[in-house]
Design a protein around this ligand. Structure first.
Ligand code: MEV
Length: 427
């Protein structure tokens, strides 16, 4: 009888990468080839990887691409994107090409204000306690700012205090919000430390017991707003404008569609977040919570037709990103990605990401509202198959074109075409 394998491995975290990998390989029956794959850390130093997260056994590479054609606030950007999905980078570049008139996509981020939440329990009179918190606002702000003098020196720090009485399944609670200007950081560390620091003071003020002290990912004080006009002539006429507005109206009316619509926006946003090593879960959580902020899940963008018949699009969403601290600085490729972008601040990075989200959304709606999404996907897929089947140079496009136009996109057919056309010569 074979011995039962156990995942209970005491002090796994204390072991070396090699040792952890050996244990994992044994557990999962990995081949030597599979083990070498994991051992290949690529452009990430194993020592850096081992400090970034716990229990590291290897690394995994994703493609890093550059989307071209982006003109944002009259400045040209090459946009690094990391993701696994074909068509997204091509779609973003293509959309950006159509958005270069009048200085390109406009984008404006608010001050980088993040919210730290402090939950106060055990209050007999939560509404009265709320007033006491507001009365002692400056004292709370002062205490919070003792945490991070460097942030204060840079012009950031705690700015304001708000308080709400929230009815929950276990009765009323007082929720205190500490509003913090985090400058170029994503801000979670600074905000969490501040929230913890002021909790005793809040207990003294209210007579209650503080419980959770943590950042809110519904970063609705740190918004990016992006907008663009796409001229009807560049789109193929007013019919296409109407078709895109109708596609948006679907997302505005039906949450089953809204989810996919917003996913298309996040295709662009998260790809840049990954390339620059942001906390993309925080961005994603914030986006969807913001989309549902009034109790109904809505699209993050709006597409309309203006009085000249042109298409105008706007996007508004939280964008909690940083250019200092965290993996942005420790991951060497994230540093290079930021250099490619050439952004000078977290605010500028947020502006670029909003613009990319809007362009990505436009690309998806345009494709869906006209030829359908699959044709473009199929063209790219056909090219990939042609290359896999041995096509090079002009033959790649020729094989792809035949397969796409005949609607027969398979590896076997690609191989057949490559052989046939190569024999015929001329390519
Ligand atoms: C696919 O990754 C994203 C789309 O589904 C977005 C959309 O439907 O708007 C194409």
């Amino acid at each position: 009888m074979s011995e039962q394998k156990t995942s209970r491995i005491p002090e796994f975290y204390k072991k070396s990468i090699e040792e952890r990998l050996r244990i994992t390989a044994e557990f999962a029956g990995l081949s030597d080839e599979e083990v070498s794959l994991l051992k290949n850390f690529g452009n990430l130093d194993p020592k850096v990887a081992d400090r970034m997260i716990e229990n590291v056994v290897g690394a995994m590479s994703y493609p890093l691409a550059v989307a071209v054609n982006f003109l944002i606030n009259s400045r040209d950007y090459l946009v690094p994107m990391v993701l696994e999905e074909p068509s997204v980078v091509a779609a973003a570049s293509n959309a950006a090409r159509m958005m270069r008139r009048d200085g390109g996509i406009k984008s404006m981020a608010s001050d980088p204000i993040m919210i730290g939440q402090i939950q106060v329990l055990g209050l007999r009179a939560p509404h009265y306690a709320r007033m006491l918190v507001l009365e002692h606002k400056s004292e709370i702000i002062e205490k919070a700012n003792e945490v991070d003098p460097v942030l204060v020196q840079l012009g950031g720090g705690a700015r304001d205090v708000e308080a709400r009485v929230v009815e929950g399944p276990r009765g009323a609670m007082l929720i205190v919000h500490l509003l913090v200007d985090v400058r170029d950081a994503m801000g979670a560390n600074a905000v969490n430390t501040m929230a913890e620091k002021v909790s005793h003071l809040i207990e003294r003020i209210t007579g209650g017991k503080t419980h959770l002290r943590i950042i809110s990912n519904l970063a609705d004080r740190r918004l990016v707003r992006s907008w663009v006009k796409v001229y009807k002539d560049d789109l193929g006429g007013e019919e296409v404008v109407d078709a895109i507005v109708d596609a948006w109206a679907f997302a505005a009316a039906d949450p089953y569609r809204t989810s996919t619509h917003n996913k298309g926006i996040m295709n662009g946003v998260i790809a840049v977040a990954l390339a620059t090593a942001q906390d993309h879960r925080a961005i994603e959580a914030g986006a969807h919570a913001y989309a549902a902020r009034d109790g109904r899940y809505r699209p993050l963008s709006v597409w309309e037709k203006d009085s000249d018949g042109n298409l105008v699009g706007t996007l508004e969403m939280p964008m909690a990103v940083g250019t200092v601290g965290g993996a942005t600085r420790t991951h060497p490729v994230a540093r290079v990605a930021l250099k490619i972008l050439g952004v000078k601040s977290a605010r500028e990075l947020a502006e670029v990401m909003g613009a990319v989200g809007l362009a990505q959304n436009f690309a998806a709606l345009r494709a869906l509202a006209t030829e359908g999404i699959q044709r473009g996907h199929m063209r790219l897929h056909a090219r990939n198959l042609a290359v896999m089947a041995g096509a090079t140079g002009d033959l790649v496009d020729k094989v792809a074109e035949i397969m796409a136009s005949e609607g027969k996109v398979t590896y076997a057919y690609a191989k057949e075409l490559v052989e046939k056309l190569s024999k015929e010569g001329g390519v």
